[in-house]
Design a protein around this ligand. Structure first.
Ligand SMILES: [Zn+2]
Ligand SMILES: [Zn+2]
Length: 247
């Protein structure tokens, strides 16, 4: 499903319970996250509905290196010749998508949380278990972002992974949060603002501490890696996520 202007000039492509974002800036586009291997076709179609073509995509920025966010990265880079950026701390997992740290085994989650089966099933069908690693990744820092469409402010939000980042667009009142804060946890099926389950999170304590950085933006819209956009303010989202973590 493609939603234009989930935030001003930031369009959301939802594929298999996972979000990709297209940031528009004049005639240039920046892609944030790359979904699954089969997301590429949907992306091309989505970009055309904006009156643009894939050739208008200037760069791919990864919020983190997990397999459900880098799926099309290798092909997009090869086909469009675009640079791919991620925080240096996530370059290893981007190259080895199935070797990431998490606090608990994911295996029992579908048993404990049957609600997660729908999302996990869609992810598998989209190619979640056949994601090629990508090695040609450039370090993501504020300098790199300054020259990219939308020129967001970099918010390091370690915890979900060591190199997780959020992208803040102050003049658009929006933050793309990646998996630092989601409104749908694919591992439990839980909805509403929260950090991702320990099945896919490297350090929950650090992830909770990183929520401060999101709250301090006072952005009205949060655009998560999974789930619907949150439009009731960053502060309220973070308060909910902290509340959920105590149960
Ligand atoms: Zn993730
Ligand atoms: Zn994810």
């Amino acid at each position: 499903m493609f939603t234009k202007n989930a935030a001003p000039g930031i369009h959301r492509l939802e594929h298999a319970a996972t979000n990709l974002y297209v940031v528009e800036d004049g005639g240039s586009l920046m892609l944030v996250d790359a979904g699954f291997p089969s997301s590429e076709r949907l992306l091309a179609r989505a970009v055309r509905t904006l009156g643009r073509g894939p050739e208008d995509i200037r760069a791919l920025v990864l919020t983190h290196g997990h397999f459900d966010h880098i799926g099309s990265a290798t092909r997009l880079r090869a086909r469009l010749g675009i640079p791919v950026y991620a925080h240096s701390a996530d370059h290893y997992i981007a190259a080895h998508p199935y070797r990431y740290r998490h606090e608990r085994s994911a295996l029992l989650y579908p048993v404990r949380y049957p609600k997660s089966l729908a999302a996990l099933g869609r992810m598998a069908a989209a190619g979640a278990f056949a994601v090629p690693g990508i090695r040609e990744v450039r370090p993501l820092d504020q300098d790199a972002l300054r020259s990219l469409p939308g020129a967001p402010t970099l918010l390091p939000v370690p915890g979900h992974t060591a190199g997780s980042v959020a992208l803040w667009f102050p003049e658009r009142g929006a933050v793309i949060t990646g998996d630092a804060l989601v409104t749908l946890d694919p591992y439990t099926g839980g909805r509403g603002p929260q950090i991702v389950a320990q099945a896919a999170t490297a350090d929950s304590g650090a992830a909770l501490a990183s929520l401060d950085a999101l709250a301090s933006t006072e952005a009205s819209i949060l655009l998560p890696g999974h789930g619907e956009p949150w439009t009731q303010g960053a502060g309220a989202a973070v308060a909910r996520a902290l509340e959920v973590s105590r149960h």
